[in-house]
Design a protein around this ligand. Structure first.
Ligand SMILES: Nc1ncnc2c1ncn2[C@@H]1O[C@H](COP(=O)(O)OP(=O)(O)O)[C@@H](O)[C@H]1O
Ligand SMILES: [Mg+2]
Length: 405
């Protein structure tokens, strides 16, 4: 029997600027109403209508990573370089999709490409006498469409911001579709450069979903590892595991404004980039180098648990413990065992169990790429896919722009 639906390549490159994830996804009809879920047997592993066919990761060449990082640092970037970077990334995204197609011997019908965020300001602020929010994901989609030979949906965030949303997070659409459970309250936590969560109460409707950035994911750990050890990240969390946590430093930074902000809230290099790391290292003083990495790791884990405790608020009448039982982890940070162990300890205090997205048939590293495949599919069918309760938008919006080959 011929399978229904489209095959969509989801392409993700996050704020870590480590590289490109490509997921090949067969998308049939995405169930949108709670009724559809109710008829599904409880404990199912996969949501109806979405099938992951393959996933691959490609690191950015070192010089490209450096260029991306410096583009994020607006004061260093030239306009010409930004324009060239956009076209270069278009080529790299296309190469990544073509290589993944070859690897799995699958041809896609559509591409959904998030692009590389070089600026994100979800909150309106004064600019030339107007108050505006702004965002910029780069990577020329017309190049991808021409090279791969299929339409490409890109630039997902502005449509949500145009109706008052923060343009992020957008992954909750997939989290809600994939992890919603009739009896269990679940929180999906993705640890990329920034960490974001989607809280899905048991038997939730889309409007019950709360989602926001908890703060740094790998971003601060990466920067400290790079600065003190010359390593782009703390592989396996080994450095952190060999150091001691400076509790006073963790406490000091947890009091900062961002962590007190109520959701919806979004974070990026603007909050946890270079300047934050300089201040963090100053606060660590002359401690052994591994202690600084351990402290950055503890700050990261604690900020996530704090955010869950404070803001993944249960619905009326229920206590936290009865609202959420499971945390489902994804993103590159799931490979940092020191971070995962600290997080597991924090969650135990909340009575929550830690699970991996992989246990649900969604490989940790692939989740966000799968999300953009599904979002592209929705856009192709002219359906809205932001979750207003997650982004703060006034209404649902069809996300993205379409480039044709
Ligand atoms: N083996 C590993 N050990 C520890 N951390 C890792 C490992 N592999 C990846 N990471 C972390 O994951 C990050 C990439 O995660 P990813 O989910 O791609 O984030 P983003 O969406 O921001 O690109 C790396 O920068 C690194 O911090
Ligand atoms: Mg990445």
């Amino acid at each position: 029997m011929r399978k229904q639906g489209m095959i969509v390549a989801g392409v993700m490159s996050g704020t870590s600027a480590d590289g490109i994830n490509v997921a090949l996804v067969r998308v049939g009809e995405v169930p949108r109403k709670a009724e559809l879920f109710r008829s599904a047997p409880s404990g199912r592993r996969l949501p109806p209508g979405i099938e992951l066919l393959g996933h691959a990761e490609y690191s950015y060449p070192k010089k490209v990573r450096a260029a991306v990082l410096s583009a994020m640092n607006a004061t260093q970037a030239s306009v010409a370089d930004l324009a060239r970077l956009s076209f270069l990334l278009g080529e790299l995204y296309a190469d990544a999709v073509l290589a993944t197609q070859r690897q799995f011997n699958i041809k896609v019908n559509l591409v959904g490409c998030h692009g590389q965020t070089i600026y994100h300001q979800g909150e309106p602020a004064p600019f030339l006498s107007r108050k505006l929010a702004a965002t910029w994901q780069t990577g020329e989609a017309a190049i991808i469409a021409a090279r791969v030979g299929v339409p490409v949906v890109s630039d997902f965030r502005p449509a949500d911001m145009a109706v008052g949303g923060k343009g992020a997070p957008l992954v909750p659409f997939l989290d809600y579709t994939w992890f919603r459970d009739a009896r269990l309250g679940r929180i999906a936590l993705n640890i990329g450069g920034i960490a974001n969560l989607t809280a899905i109460p048991a038997d939730a409707e889309a409007g019950d979903v709360v989602a926001f950035d908890t703060g740094p994911g790998n971003m601060v750990i990466d920067a400290v590892s790079e600065k003190l050890f010359g390593q782009p990240y703390d592989r396996g969390g080994k450095i952190a595991a060999s150091g001691k946590v400076l509790d006073h430093v963790v406490g000091k930074f947890l009091r900062m404004h961002f962590f007190q902000q109520k959701p919806p809230r979004t974070a990026g290099r603007e909050q946890f980039g270079r300047e934050f790391v300089q201040e963090f290292l100053r606060a660590c003083g002359r401690c052994p180098k591994q202690d600084a990495v351990a402290t950055a790791t503890a700050l990261t884990a604690k900020s996530m648990a704090d955010a869950i405790r404070k803001y993944a608020a249960p619905r009326r009448g229920s206590t936290f413990q009865s609202a959420y039982q499971e945390l489902i982890l994804s993103g590159g940070g799931a490979r940092n065992l020191a971070l995962v162990n600290m997080l597991r300890g924090e969650l135990a205090l909340l009575g929550m169990r830690l699970r991996l997205s992989d246990e649900f048939g969604l490989p940790s590293a692939a989740k966000e790429a799968v999300a953009f495949a599904v979002l592209a599919h929705e856009t192709w069918h002219r359906r809205a896919s932001n979750i207003p309760s997650a982004t703060g938008a006034r209404r649902a919006a069809v996300l993205g722009k379409i480039s044709f080959p």
